[in-house]
Write a protein that binds this ligand. Structure first.
Ligand code: SAH
Length: 203
């Protein structure tokens, strides 16, 4: 498991709390059995239904970009395997994660429960609308690429809160974007890194 953190540390993820969380979360519990021997390689892996679990470096980078604090409530869009949610759950008070593909949502819920992450709630649905009932969030993390930042997500972010989201066309040029809500109507978006994510889909 240490391999993961030495790889991602070498690529610039430095926040000790994030590195500790990634050392602690058993990534092999979140990948299909067929890819188990690659669970700790710095690569994305297929998780079925055409989706992927992000590579450890990207998980580390996105987690660091939101500057997680123990009292945070975080919203994730795109639960997928549940791995990113588990890393967040190790760092913050409460995680809500939305997954649009029902069987993936169910599997992620099971895995997270079995791995003992009780502070994650998996919701099945279209994350475009966010999850208003628990808003506002200290941070929002989106793990599927959307052509534009969904306005409801900006609305549901606390003033002072941070968002990280891949923005761009499906299969085309995408940028990981850091969003900062500077005021009730002030949002600053800063490109961080070119990336390639699965598409943000709609119900
Ligand atoms: N964070 C995941 C990465 C999964 S890939 C992990 O750690 O494994 C991105 C996921 O986003 C896919 O499972 C895909 O089904 C989901 N997704 C795409 N569009 C969505 C939407 N509108 N709402 C919720 N989930 C969505």
């Amino acid at each position: 498991m240490d391999m993961v953190t030495s790889q991602i540390e070498a690529r610039g993820v430095r926040m000790p709390s994030v590195l500790a969380a990634m050392r602690q979360v058993p990534r092999h519990c979140f990948v299909p059995e067929a890819s188990m021997d690659m669970a700790y390689d710095d690569t994305p892996l297929p998780i079925g239904h055409g989706q992927t679990i992000s590579q450890p470096y990207i998980v580390g980078l996105m987690t660091e970009l939101i500057r997680p604090e123990p009292d945070f409530t975080v919203l994730e869009i795109g639960a997928g395997s549940g791995y990113q949610a588990a890393v967040l759950a190790a760092l913050v008070k409460q995680v809500y994660t939305i997954e649009i593909i029902a069987p993936l949502a169910q599997a992620a819920r099971e895995r997270l429960r079995q791995a003992g992450y009780l502070n994650v709630e998996v919701i099945q649905g279209d994350g475009f609308h966010g999850w208003p009932s628990q808003a506002p969030y200290d941070a929002i993390l989106v793990t599927a690429a959307a052509p534009e930042i969904p306005p409801p997500l900006i609305q549901q972010l606390k003033v002072g809160g941070r968002m990280v989201i891949p923005v761009g066309e499906p299969g085309g040029a995408q940028e990981l974007v850091l969003g900062e809500k500077l005021g009730p109507r002030k949002f600053r978006a800063t490109p961080v890194l070119p990336v390639r994510f699965v598409p943000f889909t709609r119900l």
